[in-house]
Write a protein that binds this ligand. Structure first.
Ligand code: NAI
Length: 398
């Protein structure tokens, strides 16, 4: 969380494809909630930044230097989805933004909105925030095709030095997970849990098999808890041995689960989990699985955050869905809810609550965009902008 003045400048990137539909609607909803909560005392001064297709059209550069500099300068930003061309063109702008600004936490809260179709009987039991590591792991892109000279050299090195034989037609990927990277994740998740009155932090890992990478992730976070949070964090073992299974006031429980078991747990005992902290690849899977349980990606907000510098880029978690671009059809909830998380991040919690309630009321009256309308009996299907206007009407009436 960081503090900004009452009239902060917050940069935004419209995004490609449906970004052009959802972003303007989202900004209007955010403005309406702030106006209602603070009656003019607080107001965001939105500053448009270029990235993606629009940036190519206007300045011939997919990610202008100025965009990065302005995000660094203002610290908090929000963006729509950006297209990554398949098989050529340019590399992912989303990934570039994360890497350049070292936004090491991918922050994905998942909660249920009453009325959203879900495959579960009791989807409301899930209220989880995934803290996914964003910079390390097999996901970091250190890999070579099997024919590449680098892959050949690595295979030869392993054979020569360690007598490890790898088939000649093997591609090679490297999975680095550091103590530094793991501890800063643990710190971000624990700090968040303490500040927001959450009950537990669960380390999700596959350390039983990948002992020196995922196992290190787990061990480093337990070590961090001992070093820096011994008065506030207890382990599951402490909970049973010293506290008779009852979590003492003001403390949180740090536990860990093997990744495959975690997927069962979020289905079978979702209410026993709260914050999940996990390496990059696990985090990618588990955040989509959690989102699916409460009605899909169209509803799930996200952000990429560096909790040390405070720089945070909030974003819709889905892509640019080119098929629906410019049709005023897409569901703006993921973007709007990312905006709500952004408001909480800058301490404007009242405005966040209004947005959540506004969306809840709109969905409960079955006024929804096409993606939800086709799954809800008796739904009234509306456009992106009409959905936004209805949310604003509810916000104004609260
Ligand atoms: P996508 O999420 O854009 O679309 C998949 C399907 O999901 C769509 O065809 C549509 O049916 C549905 N959908 C997604 N968002 C929706 C919304 N708000 N309302 C209603 N329906 C929605 O995923 P896809 O097709 O894999 O990627 C398209 C482009 O987006 C690619 O270039 C990809 O690289 C990029 N992308 C960007 C992301 C980002 O900016 N953070 C994240 C994921 C993908």
């Amino acid at each position: 969380m960081i503090e900004l003045p009452d009239n902060p400048t917050i940069p935004y990137i419209v995004g490609d494809g449906i970004g052009r539909d959802i972003t303007p609607v989202g900004l209007r909803v955010i403005d309406a909630a702030i106006e209602k909560a603070y009656g003019g005392r607080r107001k965001i001064n939105w500053k448009k930044l270029l990235a993606g297709e629009e940036a190519i059209e206007e300045v011939g550069d997919v990610l202008p230097e100025e965009t990065i500099e302005e995000i660094k300068r203002y610290k908090v930003a929000i963006k729509g989805p950006l297209t990554t061309p398949v098989g050529g063109g340019y590399r992912s702008v989303n990934v570039a933004i994360r890497q350049i600004l070292d936004l090491y936490v991918c922050f994905r809260p998942v909660r249920y909105f009453k009325g959203v179709p879900s495959p579960l009987k009791r989807p409301e039991l899930l209220d989880i925030i995934v803290f996914r590591e964003n910079t390390e792991d097999v996901y970091a892109g250190i890999e070579w095709p099997f024919k590449a000279e680098e892959a050949k050299k690595i295979r030869e090195f392993l054979e020569r030095e360690f007598n490890i034989k790898i088939r000649e037609d093997s591609g090679i990927g490297i999975k680095p997970i550091s103590v530094f990277g793991s501890k800063r994740m643990g710190r971000a998740a624990i700090e968040y849990a303490l500040r927001h009155g959450r009950r537990s932090v669960t380390i999700m890992h596959k350390g039983n098999i990948m002992k020196y990478t995922e196992g290190l992730f787990r061990d480093a976070i337990y070590e961090l808890a001992k070093e820096e949070y011994s008065k506030k964090v207890i382990t599951e073992e402490d909970l049973l041995r010293e506290y008779g299974g009852k979590v003492p006031e003001g403390k949180i429980v740090l536990k860990d689960r093997i990744a495959d078991a975690m997927f069962q747990q979020i289905l079978l005992r979702p209410d026993e989990y709260d914050i999940i902290v996990t390496p990059n690849l696990n985090g990618d899977y588990i955040s989509d699985a959690c989102a699916a349980q409460v009605g899909g990606l169209g509803m799930a907000p996200g952000a990429n955050i560096n909790f040390e510098t405070g720089v945070a880029v909030f974003e819709a978690t889905h892509g640019s869905a080119p098929k629906y671009a410019g049709k005023n059809m897409a569901n703006p909830c993921s973007f709007i809810l990312s905006g709500a998380e952004m408001l909480e991040y800058i301490g404007w919690k009242e405005a966040k609550e209004l947005i959540i309630e506004g969306i809840q009321r709109t969905i409960e009256e079955k006024v929804v965009t096409y993606d939800l309308a086709r799954q809800i009996e008796g739904a009234k299907e509306v456009s992106t902008s009409d959905f936004g206007e209805r949310v604003i009407e509810h916000i104004r009436s609260m």
